[in-house]
Every structure is written in C-alpha cells, then in structure tokens.
Design a protein around this ligand. Sequence first.
Ligand code: DAT
Ligand code: MG
Length: 149
Amino acid sequence: MERTFLAIKPDGVQRGLVGQIISRLEAKGFTLVGMKLITASRELAEQHYAVHKERPFFAGLVDFIISGPMVAMVWEGEGVVASARKIIGATNPLYSEPGTIRGDFGVNVGRNIIHGSDAVETANQEINLWFKSDELSNWTSCLSPWILE
Ligand code: DAT
Ligand code: MG
C-alpha cells in the first residue's frame, strides 16, 4: 500500500494545529503508520530540502525548519501521496484553496504549516531519511473494509 511522508512544520506545532491536521487525514480514511515529534538537525533539514539548495530561500527555509519541533509522520492509503498534496493545498497559502490545510490556516509561503512528499519515489526517500524501519507500525485498521472496496 502506498505511503507518504508528511511533517507538520514548527509553525503548525507552535500554533496548536497538530490535532486538527491529524484529524483531517484520519477522517479522509488514511492510516497513520509512523509519528514522532522531532527538532531536526541542520544536516537532516539540508538533506530533506537538498533539491532546493540553489534557491534564494534555501537558507531561510532550513533555519525555519530547525527552529522548533516538527511532527514527522508516515501515512498510508490508496493514492495517499497525491491525495495528501491536495488536502495540504498549494505551496503559497495565499493562493491555496479554502478547505485545504494551507488555505485554511496560512497566508505566507515561508510559514506554510506542513510538508508533503510530491511523488511516490520522493515519499520513499523521505520516509527512509526521517524514520528507521522499526519506527513504523504495519497494521490494518478495523475500518479498512468500510474505506476500501
Ligand atoms: P511544497 O512544500 O509545496 O512541496 P516546494 O517543494 O516548492 O513546495 O518548496 C519547499 C518549501 O520551500 C515550501 O513549502 C516553502 C518554501 N518555499 C518555496 N518557495 C518559496 C519562495 N518563493 N519563498 C520562500 N519560501 C519558499
Ligand atoms: Mg516540495
């Protein structure tokens, strides 16, 4: 079953949005298979955002992401990578649709509350970067027959 890496950024944690964000993903029908509160090291943050290292916002992005604890999570479900990106909304919260996490809770691209992997391959890389395999739980929700045909 497909998995994605999602992380509530330090602004989402500071603003007390952790519960609401997790509730949205649970209510959709996705399954939480890994979660930890973690203040990332600079090395981990730089690896995570390596694809952006030449961008002008890279240094500020890394400083922000290591500025406090994040809630790092792995979620599982049918089409979860693309679906979670839709639930999260566009990168710039000013333009994210209402009803999305960024559209409902944010206004600034540098404080956009949550990260979500952009493709299945990236998801697998990010899961391996942030989690050891024994930190993930393989389990089947008792609701799964009511969520998946
Ligand atoms: P996303 O997080 O939607 O995958 P991204 O991978 O393009 O977006 O960028 C990673 C993060 O970098 C993004 O969540 C916020 C920050 N960022 C992106 N573009 C930015 C910009 N123009 N100015 C400041 N921060 C930016
Ligand atoms: Mg991205």
